[in-house]
Design a protein around this ligand. Structure first.
Ligand code: PGA
Length: 250
């Protein structure tokens, strides 16, 4: 099955509105003639609305970096998926390891957020991955299996028509350490096989599985050629338009 490659730039907590718009304008110019690829950027919440206006009528999609699992109410400091829809987001990152690490996000809260996103027709980019200690103890597959099991609880076949999974080994995020093609391929195949067992083969074959963790122009080409890698989730390198475009062009 043909899966259109997807490249997502996660800008994390970087950029004022002005800086975000500058970066978007550079990207729009450089990405003009790119075809057969989906490009999505995830600026911080405060820049989302301006980004949404700047990206209107362009081929670049907009993602938020997080959302809450309720529609509205007394949840000080939280942002609902309804608000994200309202300003034109089509994607939302859910369960990024930095959310899990610094903000107490669990597989259960990730599951609630995924269900809410799907109900609102926001495309979840469900992030998962193991820590260095877990890899050393050879627990990678158990950890991924558990994250999938709980993260996807109560989901049905229809929910996966617009759904993205991002494998991000935590030890490779922002560290400059690269997972090898073999390590990436092994986990991506494992994810696809697990989905096939839990759901079915067409569903598992249709879903895009991205890799993330210190992706740079240097390693993007090799990753792209890796079996079962349908795109990339790029942090640091997506903050420089020329580097991000170089990665996209791979
Ligand atoms: P990195 O971040 O590319 O800077 O390692 C990736 C991510 O956190 O999504």
């Amino acid at each position: 099955m043909e899966r259109t490659p997807l490249i997502v730039g996660n800008w994390k907590m970087n950029g004022t509105i002005t800086q975000t718009l500058l970066l978007i304008n550079e990207l729009l110019q450089m990405a003009q003639n790119l075809k057969d690829i989906d490009i999505v950027v995830a600026p911080p919440f405060t820049s989302l609305y301006s980004a949404s206006i700047a990206l209107q009528d362009s081929a670049i999609g907009l993602a938020a970096q997080n959302m809450f699992w309720e529609h509205e109410g007394a949840y000080t400091g939280e942002i609902s998926g309804d608000f994200l829809k309202d300003i034109g987001c089509t994607y939302v990152l859910i369960g990024h390891s930095e959310r899990r690490q610094y903000f107490g996000e669990t597989d259960e809260s990730v599951n609630k957020k995924i269900q809410m996103a799907l109900g609102l027709e926001l495309i979840p980019i469900f992030c998962l991955g193991e820590t260095e200690a877990q890899r050393e103890k050879k627990q990678t597959f158990d950890v991924i299996q558990e994250q999938l099991k709980i993260g996807l609880k109560n989901l049905h076949m229809n929910d996966f028509k617009n759904f993205v999974i991002a494998y991000e080994p935590i030890w490779a995020i922002g560290t400059g350490k690269n997972a090898t093609s073999e390590q990436v391929e092994e986990v991506h195949s494992f994810i696809r096989n697990t989905l096939e067992k839990s759901f079915d083969a067409p569903m598992a074959n249709g879903i895009r599985i991205l890799y993330g963790g210190s992706v740079k122009p240097k390693n993007a080409r090799e990753l792209k050629q890796t079996k079962n890698v349908d795109g990339l989730l790029v942090g640091g390198a997506s903050l420089k338009a020329d580097q991000f475009i170089e990665i996209i062009k791979c």
